[in-house]
Design a protein around this ligand. Structure first.
Ligand code: SF4
Length: 335
């Protein structure tokens, strides 16, 4: 099949807050606004942003755990946001989720073997031997011994439990894994092991990942491309190396400047970012970042900037840094 594995077009999700008696229209939380991106087979697209930027809502929409208000999610060309329940069940085999919290995402009463083979048994009946062979194979893929299949989740460390979560996600041989803050509950050394495991599995199995994280260190380690979200919208989407070497959007710049730098020789930019993320119920007009942006001009208050392609393959939404075609930077500053 040609074309990207995953294509997201104008994806939007609003949550109504409930109307008052005298209000005609209920206020809405604008969690995700007009998101478009694609993911190729074997690629890792990272989605970053502060908490409340909408990235976990994107994960739920991609898994169809929540229905979009508008837009489409195409997997191999099929719009999964329109599938009926029964058709969706088959397509769910292709997309799996690795949860954030390995402590609460595993049923404490089931053995590791039962946990990781359960997704397959939801589709087909396995004999005892088939179940054991599958469990041993999946455990092997995540670097665990076959004997582990007889143990309960409480008998594993946090890192081992996350390996079990990954083994369970692999059981149905998916082509895409959504990892929502998949290593944020783990110690730093264990984080590195799990990230390396995911990268190895990607190479061996040609898996694609949508990796959602607030941790830029993790994203820099694992990502091929990075989408930066602010208040429900993508503001910059770029190849990972280019984004970290030279962020273009003022928000990306501020995020990278605020992240801890493990390398003492690396110079950190001084980019102040003040204030809190505004409420998605009542987002600022124009560019939603304008109340916090040191570069904001009058136009930023009036007009939502559109994502504009740059020569190095990234897209950026900023009136000042990347004026839309036909508007020069000087004009944009002056408007
Ligand atoms: Fe800042 Fe304006 Fe660019 Fe938004 S559009 S990031 S407010 S300069």
């Amino acid at each position: 099949m040609s074309g990207p594995l995953l294509k997201v077009e104008n994806l939007t999700k609003h949550f109504p807050l409930g109307a008052g008696l005298l209000k005609k229209q209920a206020p809405v939380v604008r969690a995700v606004e007009d998101l478009s991106f694609s993911v190729e087979a074997g690629e890792t697209l990272c989605i970053v942003g502060e908490s409340g930027c909408g990235k976990s809502t994107v994960a739920r929409l991609l898994m169809r755990l929540s229905d979009p208000t508008a837009g489409r999610v195409l997997l191999d060309g099929t719009d999964i946001s329109q599938l009926k329940k029964r058709e969706l069940r088959e397509w769910r085999r292709r997309i799996q989720l690795v949860f954030q919290d390995p402590y609460s995402s595993l049923n404490p009463r089931l053995t590791a073997g039962q946990i990781i083979t359960e997704p397959v048994e939801n589709f087909e009946r396995l004999t005892r031997q088939e179940r054991q062979a599958l469990a041993a194979d999946l455990l092997g893929k995540v670097g665990m011994a076959p004997e582990a299949m007889h143990r309960l989740p409480s008998q594993f460390s946090g890192g081992q439990r996350q390996r079990l979560g990954i083994a369970r996600a692999l059981a149905l041989k998916p082509s895409l894994i959504i990892a929502d803050e998949a290593v944020s509950a783990l110690d730093v050394s264990v984080q590195a092991q799990i990230l390396n495991l995911l990268m190895d599995l990607q190479q061996q199995m040609g898996l694609a990942f949508v990796f959602i994280s607030h941790d830029l260190g993790v994203v820099e380690h694992i990502g091929h491309r990075v989408a930066v979200m602010y208040l429900g919208r993508i503001v910059e989407l770029a190849p990972c190396e280019a984004l970290f070497a030279k962020p273009v959007h003022p928000y990306t710049e501020a995020l990278i400047a605020a992240a801890p730098v493990p390398d003492p020789t690396r110079v950190r930019l001084e980019v102040p970012i003040e204030g809190e993320v505004p409420s998605p119920v009542n987002p600022p007009s124009g560019c939603a970042f304008h109340p916090r942006c040191p570069l904001a001009i009058e136009r930023c208050r009036m007009e939502v900037p559109s994502l504009t392609p740059m020569s190095d393959g990234r897209v950026v939404a900023c009136h000042v840094r990347v004026p839309a075609p036909g508007v020069s930077a000087t004009l944009a500053q002056a408007s």
